[in-house]
Design a protein. Structure first.
Length: 319
C-alpha cells in the first residue's frame, strides 16, 4: 500500500509544461553521493511529505524551490502545507537552504539562494561537512584570464555586449529597448527610437546590470498616459542610471571577514552558522507550534494525594 501511495505522488511536469526554472545560480542543487532512485524512496515519510519529496526529487537542478512556486505546481497542497512539508523534510535530513555571495562581471556582488536536496536522508554532521566544503570552495579565488600582449583591449561597450547573447545582430541594449513595448504598450518604441537610445542603454550594461534590471527600471511607476515614449525613456535612461559598483566587496570596519556561504533556516530564512541551525532550523522555528497542549503539572512527590485533598478542604472551610 505504501508503494502504491508513492507511485501516485505528483511527478515532474511534462515537457509540454516545463517546470519554471530559477535565475542562474538559484534554485535546486543536488547533493553528492546519493543512491539511485527506487520505489522505496521516502516510504517512511507521511503521505504529504512523501508526495512533495517525490515531486522535488524529479525536478532538474536549477528548478525554482520557493514555497509559492511549489504550491502552484501541487494543487493538492497550499503554501502553508508546502512550507510545513519543507520544514519536516529539513528535519528528516533531505534538504538544506543556503545563501551564497557571488561576484559577477564588472564587480557586481549579489546573494543567490540555493536549496541542496538529497534523496538519501543525511544527519547534521553530513550536512555540516557539505557546508564546510562549500565555504572552502567559495574562499578559493576565481582564475583570472590572462590576455596575450597582442590582444586588443576590450572597451566597456564590448564587455556589455558580451554579457548577454546577441540576437539578430543587435546588442543587448537594443534588444532590451525593443522589449519595452511588449512589457508595457505605453513604452512601445520604433526601430529608429531604439537605435537612437541604444548608447544610453548600453551605459547601464557597463555598470553591471542586465536586461531584466533595465526593463524593470524603465517600466516602473509609469504615468497613466505617455505622449512621447521615446522622450520618457530617454529621460529615465539619464535620470535613473545606476551607480558604478565597486570591483570588490568592502570589508567591514571591524576587520571581520565577509561570509560568502551561509546556511539559512528552512522555515523563516534567517541566516546563521551551520552549528546554529541543527536540522536546518533556527531556535525559534525548532520550538513546537503554538496551541500544543501543555503537560499537566505534577504533584509534589513527598505529598500523598489524600493529604493534598484534605489540605484543600481545610482551606475551603477557613473563613
Amino acid at each position: 500500500m505504501a508503494i502504491q501511495h508513492l507511485s501516485s505522488a505528483p511527478s515532474a511536469p511534462a515537457s509540454s509544461r516545463p517546470y519554471p526554472m530559477a535565475n542562474p545560480g538559484y534554485g535546486k542543487r543536488s547533493a553528492p553521493d546519493q543512491h539511485p532512485r527506487c520505489a522505496q524512496d521516502f516510504m517512511l515519510l507521511p503521505l504529504r511529505e512523501r508526495n512533495i519529496a517525490g515531486f522535488i526529487d524529479q525536478l532538474p537542478d536549477g528548478a525554482a524551490m520557493d514555497v509559492k512556486g511549489l504550491a502552484k505546481q501541487l494543487p493538492l497542497y497550499g503554501q502553508q502545507a508546502v512550507g510545513s512539508a519543507l520544514k519536516a523534510l529539513s528535519v528528516a535530513g533531505y534538504l538544506r537552504r543556503v545563501r551564497c555571495l557571488v561576484s559577477g562581471e564588472g564587480g557586481q556582488v549579489r546573494w543567490v539562494f540555493r536549496t541542496f536536496w538529497s534523496r538519501t536522508a543525511r544527519d547534521n554532521e553530513w550536512w555540516g561537512a557539505l557546508m564546510a566544503a562549500e565555504v572552502q570552495r567559495a574562499a578559493v579565488p576565481e582564475p583570472v584570464a590572462v590576455v596575450a600582449p597582442a590582444a586588443a583591449p576590450v572597451v566597456p561597450e564590448q564587455r556589455a555586449q558580451e554579457r548577454e547573447p546577441v540576437a539578430e545582430g543587435h546588442s543587448p541594449a537594443y534588444a532590451a529597448l525593443a522589449k519595452l513595448g511588449r512589457v508595457d504598450a505605453r513604452l512601445a518604441l520604433s526601430a529608429a527610437d531604439c537605435a537612437v537610445l541604444e548608447p544610453l542603454a548600453a551605459e547601464w550594461f557597463t555598470r553591471g546590470v542586465d536586461a531584466d534590471y533595465l526593463v524593470r527600471a524603465l517600466v516602473a511607476g509609469l504615468p497613466a498616459g505617455v505622449d512621447s515614449p521615446v522622450g520618457l525613456v530617454r529621460r529615465r535612461l539619464t535620470d535613473k542610471i545606476p551607480p558604478q559598483v565597486p570591483t570588490a566587496p568592502v570589508p567591514p570596519a571591524s576587520g571581520t571577514p565577509v561570509r560568502r556561504v551561509m546556511m539559512e533556516c528552512t522555515r523563516c530564512g534567517v541566516p546563521g552558522r551551520t552549528e546554529a541551525l541543527p536540522d536546518g532550523l533556527c531556535r525559534v522555528c525548532r520550538q513546537p507550534d503554538e496551541g500544543a497542549p501543555e503537560a499537566p503539572a505534577e504533584l509534589p512527590a513527598e505529598r500523598d494525594v489524600r493529604t493534598y485533598v484534605a489540605e484543600l478542604r481545610d482551606l475551603l472551610k477557613a473563613p
